[in-house]
Design a binder for this molecule. Structure first.
Ligand SMILES: CC(=O)SCCNC(=O)CCNC(=O)[C@H](O)C(C)(C)COP(=O)(O)OP(=O)(O)OC[C@H]1O[C@@H](n2cnc3c(N)ncnc32)[C@H](O)[C@@H]1OP(=O)(O)O
Length: 410
């Protein structure tokens, strides 16, 4: 495929260092060799696209092969990343050409019914059919104002350790909790190393990352990844605790970990970038108003193969609906689809009858992880109710018993 006479090529393993350096410069980051070596094994050259102008690399995009937790199961999903266009070549359609090319490749391979990504800026991807599928809170607060219920006897034990030494424990807890949380990607050994790498250059003056583990009656049932940054001002100690992940499979573990994180001596402030919208912490604090929560976007989902994707997730209640879908990039998706399903199975087939709902493929991405209802999307004007009552009838089915959330930025 060509764009303005520049061809899209598939990369080779030898292109990794150059692509990494190119993206580092676009994200205004200093390249770190330790992080680069951890990222090398997850690089999939056969899924990496690049555009060169002569010998100069001017555009890149990659898809990682991973699975994503969706309502009721786990689904192969192209994890799109490393997207960038050189400042010398911006706004002349290179990203557009790469996105079209990549989506066509994913569709034609039939390996993955959906693609998923974190957007550097929210306004970039809707035009390519990506819908905002999950949100998160940026959380901050004065820790002296954040009080949790007191410990009860026999709650278990906390231990501090180096995260890399406890990878197996973290993986066990993560997988247990992930089974119930749409939006979490599976992490094999390579992805755990990616999550846990902690180069000095990326710490911004804070300590190395540490882990607090909670041991309950059945072993490790929770962990918290965090770091601290020393600060003193006229009022005395004012250090910052930055939390990366808190994952626990028991309420006791969750509470004990947060109790420690909020009461570290000499710290006064908390920062956490990836709290779920139904995060238990928000309901455990005695004065939740003292936690500042800013709602921002998390995962963007692109439904690439409509019937395969809609049949691959489960629905909270029984559903039987015909949806008229429009997809300007992948015309195979355009048409009327009958979705029948429930909590244990689903099918999606071409429909002959009239449609109940009509929407752009972007809306299906928004609905996919259960984070929003058709009625809410109808209020945006992007989804239309063609049969009166269809919005209320389908609303509960599209949601899920846990809100979608998202963990590491890939
Ligand atoms: C999944 C990820 O990896 S997210 C990371 C994305 N990368 C970055 O943010 C790195 C810095 N930015 C860039 O590299 C580039 O600006 C990109 C990749 C965002 C855009 O690449 P371009 O080749 O300039 O995009 P392209 O020319 O195809 O633009 C297509 C349309 O999107 C719009 N657009 C593209 N980027 C942006 C943006 N950041 N903000 C607003 N609009 C944008 C363009 O204006 C254009 O609109 P139009 O069709 O109405 O004229």
């Amino acid at each position: 495929m060509t764009t303005s006479a520049l061809a899209i090529e598939t990369a080779t393993a030898d292109d990794f260092d150059e692509m990494n350096g190119f993206l580092g410069s676009l994200f205004h980051q200093t390249l770190d060799t330790e992080a680069q070596e951890v990222e090398r094994p997850i690089f999939e050259p056969e899924r990496a696209l690049q555009i060169r102008d002569g010998s100069d690399l001017v555009a890149t995009a990659i898809a990682f092969t991973r699975t994503l937790g969706v309502p009721g199961g786990d689904l192969a999903a192209a994890h799109v990343s490393m997207v960038g266009v050189a400042p010398t070549h911006r706004r002349r359609g290179l990203l557009t050409a790469m996105m079209h090319h990549q989506l066509r490749q994913i569709y034609d391979s039939r390996r993955e019914p959906v693609a998923v990504l974190w957007a550097s800026e929210g306004r970039i991807y809707p035009r390519f059919g990506y819908g905002l599928a999950s949100q998160r809170y940026h959380v901050s607060g004065e820790t002296t104002e954040l009080r949790l219920p007191a410990p009860t006897p026999g709650e278990g034990r906390l231990r501090l350790d180096r995260p890399t030494d406890r990878q197996a424990d973290l993986a066990r807890v993560y997988e247990r909790v992930r089974a119930d949380r749409p939006g979490w990607s599976a992490r094999d050994d390579r992805w755990w190393r990616y999550v846990l790498v902690d180069p000095q250059a990326h710490r911004g003056g804070a300590t190395e990352r540490r882990v607090v583990l909670h041991e309950g009656p059945d072993g490790v049932d929770g962990y918290g990844l965090f770091r601290t940054k020393a600060e003193w001002d006229d009022g005395g100690p004012n250090s910052l605790t930055t939390v990366d992940e808190v994952v626990a499979s028991t309420p006791a573990g969750y509470l004990a970990i947060w109790r420690m994180l909020l009461s570290l001596d000499l710290t006064r402030r908390l920062a956490w970038m990836r709290a779920a919208v139904d995060e238990p912490l928000l309901r455990l604090l005695d004065e939740p108003r003292r936690l500042n929560c800013r709602l921002v976007d998390a995962l963007w989902v692109r439904v690439v193969d409509v019937p395969a994707a809609l049949a691959a997730r489960r629905y909270a209640t029984d559903i039987d609906v015909v949806i008229e879908v429009t997809d300007h990039l992948l015309p195979e998706n355009t048409g009327r689809w009958r979705l029948r399903g429930g909590p244990t199975e689903a099918t999606c087939t071409p429909a002959s009858g009239p449609a109940d709902l009509a929407c752009d493929v972007r809306c299906l991405g928004e609905l996919f992880l259960g984070g929003v209802t058709p009625a809410a999307l109808a209020e945006t004007g992007r989804l239309r109710e063609l049969r009166p009552g269809a919005l209320t009838a389908t609303g509960p089915a599209f949601t899920w018993h846990r809100a979608p959330s998202a963990m590491e930025i890939f």
